[in-house]
Ligand binder design. Structure first.
Ligand SMILES: Cc1cc2nc3c(=O)[nH]c(=O)nc-3n(C[C@H](O)[C@H](O)[C@H](O)COP(=O)(O)OP(=O)(O)OC[C@H]3O[C@@H](n4cnc5c(N)ncnc54)[C@H](O)[C@@H]3O)c2cc1C
Length: 496
């Protein structure tokens, strides 16, 4: 079939996985291992990797040590540093998909356009750029952090220079000798600012809120380190365990903010050691409790801000006039390029625009005035036989890979039950979702995300925390060990 040919599938899949990022690849590997083979992956891009294929900005890398930011079933001895950079993570994901024979299961360059639940047949009907598919179930592994966000700025259409978002880096544009405005000081910006600072003629960093940036305990593993990892897997396992233990301690603090106050003080002392200028120190000192927004780690960010060509503007960008960028305090600078480090739209998963539930409602319309609610981050109300990976309220300060794996264990347990018991429709009960989310919202109030004095991306437009799990990772994993059919309405159509 040519890549543009449309097809109509007579075949009915047991499941279709949408997306071949970390979650989709893991889903396929785990399904194969469970002896479940009637499935396919639909991926809109031409390569695996998701986040790590899309984000190629200078300095892009993970902020969780690679021993943990890797699959539990596929440790790697190839990491060059304790915290891997994007090219290594992408190549790891490609290696894993080859090693576990996932690639032949992927239809690349195929985008899901519409998924509609057919109540008469108890099937999902999926329209994609390559045709139509029928499937008993769907796993939406379409990613939690994908939609680049560019704020609406007065006069932006008059800008005469170049501009791009960190997630769509323009590698053809030469930054050398340019006057650059970086908008935002979030996780991506603190990674690329130190890389572009030496190239810039002038670098203006617009900061609306000072983030907590703590020293990164990174290290080049070198030949010796890699050889130890390769020949002594026990060392790597211990490294993974010790990272997990450290993150558990951090998570305990995030749930019990009073324990974070001493960390706050240490953080401020560390800042004083790194930032010499009193005005800059005042401007980069966060005004909220550490952990309220995702903690960032870098050793080169504050040194970059203190270079002669670099100017921190402790205000947001409010207006653009031609090639002049204007901050909220009225400060004006002529620039050649604007780089948006403004993060992602996370409260409204883009997949919601493509999915029509059993009531005939497009999920994005349901989520218009709020953000999604799910049961254990995966099952959505009135949306049978569908599972979201890394959905609402499962975020724990840990590796997303571990979270995705835990959720997939739950999802696959459900898929196996559906298949073994001949279930044609599995729909989470409304009272189960409600009870679960009432409890989540009650317990989340005391976490640092809600009480730490910041407006983080964990909160939606109504101030409701749609992202965090308020308990421990251990409790999340316990809840995800098996899908309890009592929590779901179960139906059977004899012919299905
Ligand atoms: C810059 C950046 C840095 C990060 N760093 C860390 C970190 O250090 N530690 C951490 O734990 N997490 C980090 N994250 C979070 C990260 O998103 C997750 O760790 C992980 O990559 C999520 O994987 P995923 O497979 O669920 O989603 P993605 O990686 O987003 O993959 C989704 C896939 O679905 C495909 N897709 C989407 N829609 C469709 C459609 N309609 N049809 C077909 N295919 C579709 C996409 O093309 C993509 O390949 C980071 C995120 C970003 C953006």
């Amino acid at each position: 079939m040519t890549s543009n040919a449309k097809k109509q599938s007579a075949h009915i899949f047991d499941t279709l996985i949408i997306g071949a990022g970390i979650s989709g690849i893991a889903a396929a590997i785990k399904l194969n291992k469970a002896g479940y083979h009637n499935f396919k992956i639909i991926e809109k891009a031409s390569r695996v990797g998701g986040t790590w294929r899309e984000n190629t900005y200078p300095g892009c890398g993970c902020d969780v040590p690679s021993a943990l930011y890797s699959y539990s079933f596929a440790p790697s001895a190839k990491w060059s540093h304790l915290f891997a950079k994007q090219p290594e993570i992408l190549s790891y994901l490609e290696d894993v998909s080859k090693k576990f024979d996932v690639e032949p299961l992927i239809e690349f360059n195929n985008e899901l356009l519409k998924a509609v639940w057919d109540e008469a047949q108890h099937l999902w009907v999926l329209d994609t750029t390559l045709g139509q598919y029928l499937s008993r179930t769907v796993i939406f592994a379409t990613g939690p952090i994908t939609e680049a966000q560019i704020p609406k700025i007065d006069g932006l259409d008059t800008f005469t220079g170049e501009m791009f978002h960190s997630a769509r880096w323009n590698h053809d544009y030469d930054l050398a000798g340019k006057r650059i405005a970086v908008i935002g000081t979030g996780a991506s910006a603190i990674q690329f600012v130190p890389r572009i600072q030496p190239l810039a003629k002038e670098l203006y960093v617009f900061q609306r809120t000072a983030p907590w940036v703590l020293p990164k305990p990174d290290m080049n593993l070198g030949k010796t380190g890699k050889s130890v990892m390769e020949n002594m897997p026990i060392i790597q396992q211990s490294w993974r365990k010790s990272v997990a233990t450290s993150l558990n301690i951090i998570n305990f603090g995030l749930r019990n903010p009073k324990f974070l106050k001493p960390v706050n003080e240490v953080g401020k002392q560390l800042l004083k050691l790194q930032v010499k200028d009193a005005t800059l120190l005042k401007d980069v000192t966060p005004n909220f409790l550490v952990g309220c927004k995702r903690i960032l780690f870098a050793n080169d960010y504050y040194p970059a801000l203190q270079q002669d060509n670099t100017h921190l503007i402790p205000h947001g960008l409010v207006k653009v006039e031609g090639n002049t960028v204007i901050a909220a305090n009225g400060e004006r600078h002529e620039v050649d390029v604007i780089i948006w480090g403004t993060g992602f739209e996370v409260s409204h998963p883009p997949i919601g625009r493509k999915v029509t539930n059993e009531k005939g409602v497009v999920l994005a319309d349901l989520w218009k005035d709020t953000s999604p609610e799910a049961y254990l981050g995966t099952s959505l109300e009135n949306t049978p036989n569908a599972f979201l990976v890394l959905g609402p309220n499962v975020l724990v300060y840990d590796s997303f890979i571990g979270l995705a794996e835990a959720q997939l264990d739950f999802i696959i347990d459900g898929l196996l039950k559906i298949k073994e018991q001949g279930i044609s429709k599995l729909a989470v009960k409304s009272d189960v979702i409600k009870k679960h989310n009432d409890l989540v919202q009650k317990h989340i109030k005391t976490t640092v995300f809600n009480s730490g004095g910041c407006k983080s991306y964990y909160l939606d437009q109504n101030g409701r925390n749609f992202a965090a799990w308020p308990w421990s990772l251990k409790k999340l994993k316990q809840r995800l060990t098996a899908l309890n059919l009592d929590d779901y309405h179960v139906s059977y159509i004899a012919s299905k």
